[in-house]
Design a protein around this ligand. Structure first.
Ligand code: SF4
Length: 316
């Protein structure tokens, strides 16, 4: 590297406003997070606590350690020498005598992947370089970038900056949000967002609060706001046994979405319990809520009923 390049690499972050976001994962070649082939970025931190959530690693905005017991070969390479006698790797997933920076150092010494740091901070310009690697797939498939979570609007400045840059480069932008956010933030993000993917989890706000920790009034208001702004909307309802797996609950949602001019699709998503292992790896066993699996026949029945009630229903 020449002298001027070296100087520039030092000065660049000072001159350029480098905005950073905290994420858990970047997933390339995704086919389920919007139209076409997409790169999906999962942000860390969420304001809801849905009892059926299969991404509990995105709840806390803090860095965490996860321990995957099945990958541990008990080699003791991660054991801090001074405390070897009372140390076990599983200690790191709960608040303990180690600070997060000590825990990260210990986790990074594990070479089998049993201990892993969950969460990392990325600069917008670094993320853009990663996103652009899949540019030709976006162009050929009608895809783009999706920012999911967690709740991306908790890091609105980061989202706006990423989307602004994507729009300058002609990349399609989509966000998966719970929309429980200040309407001014929603409007600012909407300026650079082509598609909003939003859940209406329950129609009754009291039940919504019971199962997610927050009522749904703000969510519904923001959906109406986006509709007035002319933003494309894909709305989904995760169907969870014992929570909302009945036509009465779902038909109220279908009536609401039928009134939205900008609705692209409304769909039902079947509950699955695949995230339970993540709760255990993160030391969050106490937060697991057990639900029955939804049977295929009952899910098909609900889809058939919603297809009759909702003009833009998309069957899964
Ligand atoms: S280094 Fe990894 S595999 Fe070895 S004991 Fe620690 S957690 Fe287990």
């Amino acid at each position: 590297m020449c002298y001027f390049s070296r100087i520039w690499s030092v000065l660049y972050p000072i001159f350029v406003n480098r905005i950073m976001g905290r994420i858990t994962q970047i997933q390339s070649m995704s086919l389920h997070d919007g139209p076409g082939i997409r790169t999906t970025v999962f942000t860390k931190g969420c304001n809801m606590r849905c009892a059926w959530c299969h991404n509990p690693e995105t709840w806390s905005s803090k860095l965490q350690i996860q321990f995957l017991k099945n990958k541990c070969i008990d080699c003791k390479a991660c054991y801090p020498s001074a405390t070897t006698s009372d140390f076990t790797p599983s200690l790191l997933v709960r608040p303990n005598q180690y600070s997060i920076s000590e825990s990260i150092t210990i986790a990074e010494s594990c070479y089998t992947g049993a201990l892993e740091v969950v969460g990392k901070d990325v600069y917008v310009d670094e993320l853009l370089k990663t996103i652009e690697k899949d540019r030709e797939f976006f162009d050929e498939s009608g895809g783009g970038i999706t920012i999911s979570g967690g709740e991306p609007l908790l890091q609105a400045e980061f989202v706006i900056e990423v989307f602004k840059k994507c729009k300058q480069k002609g990349i399609h932008t989509a966000i998966e949000s719970n929309l429980h956010s200040n309407s001014e933030i929603v409007k600012k993000v909407a300026e650079y967002t082509d598609l909003f993917m939003v859940d209406i989890k329950l129609w009754d706000s009291e039940k919504h609060k019971k199962w997610t920790g927050l009522g749904n009034e703000l969510v519904l208001e923001n959906i109406k706001l986006l509709n007035v702004l002319g933003k494309k909307l894909m709305i989904r309802t995760p169907v969870v046994p014992g929570v909302n797996d009945n036509v009465e609950e779902l038909s109220s949602i279908a009536k609401f979405v039928n009134e939205l001019d900008c609705l692209e699709t409304y769909e039902l998503l079947p509950y699955h319990s695949l995230g339970n292992g993540k709760y255990i790896a993160l030391g969050m066993e106490n937060e697991i809520t057990k639900f029955d699996q939804i049977s295929k026949s009952h899910f098909d029945y609900l889809q058939d009923e919603m297809a009759l009630l909702c003009k833009k229903f998309k069957k899964n």
